[in-house]
Write a protein that binds this ligand. Structure first.
Ligand SMILES: O=C(O)CCC(=O)C(=O)O
Length: 228
């Protein structure tokens, strides 16, 4: 039966670098989680928690959501795991922006994009005005771009002339949706100009064999996927 919708067309992933949102839980459950996170964290500037899945039970559960795990295993194969997570809470009227970057490359790692995939989970609603994710569609076809890392290992700049004219498309999401995207896809997010909290969890999933630099065993955050 050829009943494949555009939503699930794998060529979309190859051509534009991301899939239409995957529902990992209900909007109701996700908004309840957003409410909990808003009360559990203090509102002193943008909240960033690296590898939240190692320290917070809700994140440990979330990265193993059956709907996500099935999708990820279908894209990169079963022996995959979580490479890292990154929680960002943008509080109401938070001016913070996440600058453009590619998830699959850092000082410590370079991931084979065929065996790794990025995922951004919209824990709250994320309309454009709240700092939704923005993709430079098709930029994954450029491969990993030359990067500059600062002393801490953080990525500080891209030294490639193509980036001067790079255009971004905003992809608004609602609570409980996830965007799966190529680890080379340039992405960023803008400020939250709304009176509501905006919460997203970025998860990079990688197959054990995905590491061109580094290895799964050297990754502090690596945990194997539990297939349902
Ligand atoms: O939550 C955001 O605003 C962006 C997070 C992101 O791009 C990342 O962690 O790679």
């Amino acid at each position: 039966m050829t009943h494949m919708t555009r939503r699930h067309d794998p060529s979309l992933f190859a051509n534009r670098g991301y899939l239409a949102p995957v529902q990992w839980t209900t909007g109701h459950a996700s908004r309840a989680l957003a409410h909990y996170l808003g009360s559990a964290h203090s509102q002193t500037g943008t909240t960033v928690v690296r590898n939240a899945h190692l320290t917070e039970q809700w994140a440990r559960d979330l990265v193993q959501s059956p709907a996500l795990v099935n999708r990820v295993a279908g894209l990169i194969g079963p022996e995959a795991g979580v490479d890292q997570t990154f929680l960002v809470i943008k509080w109401p009227h938070d001016p913070a922006e996440v600058p453009m970057h590619q998830d699959g490359v850092s000082v410590a790692t370079e991931l084979d994009p065929v065996r790794a995939v990025s995922c951004w989970l919209s824990i709250s609603d994320s309309p454009e005005s709240a700092g939704a994710l923005q993709f430079s569609i098709g930029s994954h076809r450029w491969g990993y771009l030359p990067h500059v890392f600062d002393d801490t290992g953080a990525l500080t700049a891209h030294d490639d002339p193509r980036l001067t004219d790079c255009e971004f498309t905003t992809v608004p999401t609602t609570a409980g949706e996830a965007l799966l995207f190529d680890t080379r896809l340039l992405h960023r997010s803008g400020p939250n100009s709304t009176a509501r909290i905006r919460i997203g969890l970025n998860v990079v999933y990688a197959h054990r064999s995905a590491y061109r630099r580094g290895s799964a065993s050297q990754r502090e955050g690596w945990v194997p996927l539990r297939l349902p």
